[in-house]
Design a protein around this ligand. Structure first.
Ligand code: GLU
Length: 260
């Protein structure tokens, strides 16, 4: 397993709704443009990029002008169908500006248990990466009821990392990393730069939940990092507000929390 992000060749980057969208649910255009620019540049430098993007439901909610995220499953599924289309339109448009091709990969949790489906997914990823394409992955929310009820893209991103033999998972979120206490409650809380293993103590640090538009929280990120460690790759949890920080991370600087 690599000991520093700079050693990674194949990287899964997970970006959450709170990073991609404003509180209104509408796309944070500046953020998405910057993120795409940095990822395009990392790819130009020879790294392989797989983007796991949330935001389908949140952006669907924003696009339809709904006051809040719906709570019933059919309405969430409808919003996901609307938002996923908008997301891919933006990724396609922005990555094209840097001469990169994207592919939409929508997955359901059953791929993990069905060998046949799993092989198909692995083969698709291998072919896309071989062709130099950037896969953009999300849960297939419109067919996957359980994914909407219990699913989260932190877990999905770790599973994608395991299926693709990734060297590194980077989870971009709205906080700088894992803290020793909740920094939103205690301003003196300190960020932990490195966590070598997921212990009960680490899990206890990660209580609570995220924003109104996404579904994750720190605990799902820690669980994702655990899947990563079992599959042989580390996870970095870092703030997605400044996508440029990814350059520093890949240059080997200390950014966010490195779990591994
Ligand atoms: N798949 C959901 C979406 O794209 C998000 C899941 C999550 O936020 O973890 O809206």
């Amino acid at each position: 397993m690599i000991q520093n992000a700079s050693e990674a060749n194949r990287i899964v980057i997970k970006v959450g709704t709170s990073t991609l969208a404003h509180k209104t649910g509408l796309m944070n255009i500046q953020r998405v443009e910057k993120l795409v620019k940095v990822l395009s540049d990392l790819k130009n430098a020879g790294r392989e990029i797989i983007l796991v993007s949330s935001g389908a439901i949140g952006v669907g909610v924003g696009k339809m002008g709904l006051k809040e995220r719906p709570t019933d499953t059919p309405a969430k599924q409808a919003c996901a169908a609307i938002g996923q289309c908008e997301l891919m339109y933006c990724y396609d448009k922005y990555f094209s500006e840097y001469n990169h091709t994207v592919a939409q990969v929508l997955l359901t949790r059953d791929i993990v248990d069905s060998p046949n489906r799993k092989d198909n997914v692995i083969n698709t990823f291998q072919n896309l990466l071989h062709m130099g394409v950037i896969p953009v992955v999300n849960e297939n929310d419109t067919v996957s009821v359980e994914e909407i009820e219990f699913g989260d893209n932190d877990t999905l991103s770790a599973i994608v990392g395991a299926l693709t033999g990734a060297d590194l998972l980077v989870i971009l979120t709205d906080i700088d990393g894992v803290y020793d206490e909740n920094p939103r409650v205690n301003p003196a809380a300190k960020m932990i730069p490195r966590i070598p293993a997921i212990t009960d103590e680490v899990r206890a640090l990660a209580g609570g939940n995220g924003t109104g538009l996404g579904t994750g929280g720190m605990i799902t990120k820690i669980s994702a990092a655990q899947i990563g460690l079992e599959a042989g790759f580390p996870t970095v949890i870092m703030n997605g507000a400044r996508p440029d920080a990814l350059y520093d991370l890949m240059d080997g600087k200390q950014i966010g929390t490195f779990i591994g």
